[in-house]
Design a protein around this ligand. Structure first.
Ligand code: AP5
Ligand code: MG
Length: 190
């Protein structure tokens, strides 16, 4: 099985690019953000716990997302691998992922990191707010907190995966098609 990590700041284009990636490489798309938003929509206990944190632009506890990912690894069948979008997001989550995969003799295949400058994050999220109505896109201060959280907690993963020889960066500036081509060129190597 292949385990790709789709990495990048908020609004980088992870969700946008994921659709073509999973289709082309027969992967299961696992977005922890989307999984959490469906828990909220379904009014589950987990959703209730996560709601306030997400709407403040903060991370939910590591154990919550680790549990969601592990249960999907166990239940999803008939794919050639997984595309992890928005997970891991802390060093602790990355270590938990390594342990989870290690138990079945698997490992992370590669990290595909989509990078865009902070100013462009704001621009893209402002645009998406008018289309999708995500609660965490509505307020500038919440988006600012998501960007801060990314730099503080998630960016250290760049070094973590660079040291493991798994980090690959893609320029996320350009049209959706241009970025997709760059991603496919990279993924064809694995
Ligand atoms: P999550 O849903 O993962 O949000 P995020 O990381 O902030 O990323 P986004 O979904 O905002 O951005 P994206 O990269 O998918 O961009 P998109 O393709 O939509 O997480 C939400 C929250 O859940 C977190 O804040 C946290 O609270 C919680 N959470 C999730 N995972 C967690 C974890 N592992 N641990 C703890 N907490 C967790 O693109 C954005 C916009 O730009 C779209 O409108 C799109 O059309 C447009 N666009 C895309 N590409 C281009 C392009 N090339 N040119 C022009 N426009 C483009
Ligand atoms: Mg997304």
């Amino acid at each position: 099985m292949k385990y790709f990590i789709l990495f990048g700041p908020p609004g980088a284009g992870k969700g946008t690019q994921a659709t073509a990636m999973v289709e082309n490489y027969h992967l299961c798309h696992l977005s922890t953000g989307e999984l959490l938003r469906s828990e909220i929509a379904a009014g589950t206990q987990l959703g209730l716990q996560a709601k306030a944190l997400i709407e403040a632009g903060s991370l939910v506890p590591d154990e919550v997302v680790e549990g969601m990912i592990e249960s999907k690894f166990k239940t999803v069948k008939g794919v050639e691998g997984f595309l992890l979008d928005g997970f891991p997001r802390t060093i602790a989550q990355a270590q938990a992922l390594d342990e989870m995969l290690g138990r079945s003799g698997e490992e992370v295949t590669s990290v595909v990191s989509i990078m865009i400058p902070d100013e462009m994050i704001m621009e893209r999220i402002r645009h998406r707010a008018t289309i999708e109505g995500r609660a965490d896109d509505a307020k500038e201060e919440v988006v600012a907190n998501r960007i801060r959280t990314y730099h503080d907690k998630t960016e250290p993963l760049v070094d973590f995966y660079r040291k493991a020889g798994k980090y690959n960066e893609i320029d996320g500036v350009g049209t959706i098609e241009e970025v997709r081509e760059r991603i496919f060129t990279l993924m064809n190597k694995f």
